[in-house]
Design a protein. Structure first.
Length: 253
């Protein structure tokens, strides 16, 4: 594929400081071959490394609550004209950990390629779209934004969260191979009781990405707070070695 490569991330609020963007950028530098553009959509560029392009989060007619009750601002990346950007885009949430080459992710065909997280908890269910990491051709899904603008309140009430809206708004969604990504919550944390004595498992060698969703956040495994960094009744404590190596390798030199 000869299309230009663009990596997109988005940052608002205070949950993920600039450090998360920088770590993700460094990880992409290590795991994408050839030239690519790394773009952060944000209103706060302070602390970001040189080489990170910054544009505002697209205004798609959302209210303040839509930024925190469902990640609806992410729909803005599908604007027909996204600051003149062109090419195949890989959107990555800031709390994603990159383990291996991302080049194959740019080459999986489909109008939208996303995570199917149904097998993580309910293998018998049909696919369920998760938007932590997804790929698309920039400008090709403008109708997704147009529909949300014209029917915002009804669609937000119906779907609650942006990834469920995407699941119904885009035809022909393709999904990443399951062995390319693992969920920290479902695949790496130890079972109850054992998690009090054993650290989280290391990612399997075939995994390209570790997906964090909810608590804990990646930084909790690197600079842990006192006591439990997991969500009760699960338990986690201390530094997780493989996560610390990743984070420190991705931080500014």
């Amino acid at each position: 594929m000869n299309q230009s490569k663009v990596v997109l991330c988005m940052k608002w609020g205070t949950l993920y400081p600039a450090e998360y963007v920088n770590v993700l950028y460094r990880a992409c530098q290590r795991h994408i071959s050839g030239e690519f553009r790394f773009v952060c959509l944000t209103g706060e560029s302070q602390g970001l490394l040189p080489g990170i392009e910054v544009f505002p989060i697209p205004d798609i007619g959302l209210e303040h609550s839509h930024y925190y009750d469902g990640a609806w601002p992410k729909i803005g990346v599908f604007s027909s004209d996204l600051y003149g950007l062109q090419g195949r885009c890989l959107f990555i949430d800031l709390d994603t950990v990159i383990l291996d080459s991302l080049d194959p992710l740019f080459n999986v065909p489909g109008p939208l390629v996303a995570i199917n997280n149904a097998p993580w908890s309910s293998p018998s269910l049909p696919p369920r779209t998760m938007s932590s990491v997804f790929a698309f051709d920039i400008g090709s899904l403008g109708h997704v934004v147009d529909k949300l603008k014209s029917q915002r309140d009804a669609l937000v009430a119906q779907h609650k969260i942006e990834q469920e809206y995407l699941h119904h708004a885009v035809d022909g969604i393709a999904y990443w191979p399951q062995d390319w990504l693992v969920s920290f919550k479902y695949h790496l944390r130890q079972p109850l009781v054992l998690d009090r004595f054993l650290p989280p498992k290391s990612p399997p060698p075939e995994a390209k990405l570790v997906i964090f969703h909810g608590k804990p956040r990646p930084i909790d495994l690197v600079r842990p707070p006192k006591g439990n960094w997991e969500r009760f009744p699960h338990y986690g404590h201390g530094v997780v070695d493989w996560m610390s190596v990743y984070w420190n390798s991705g931080s500014p030199i």
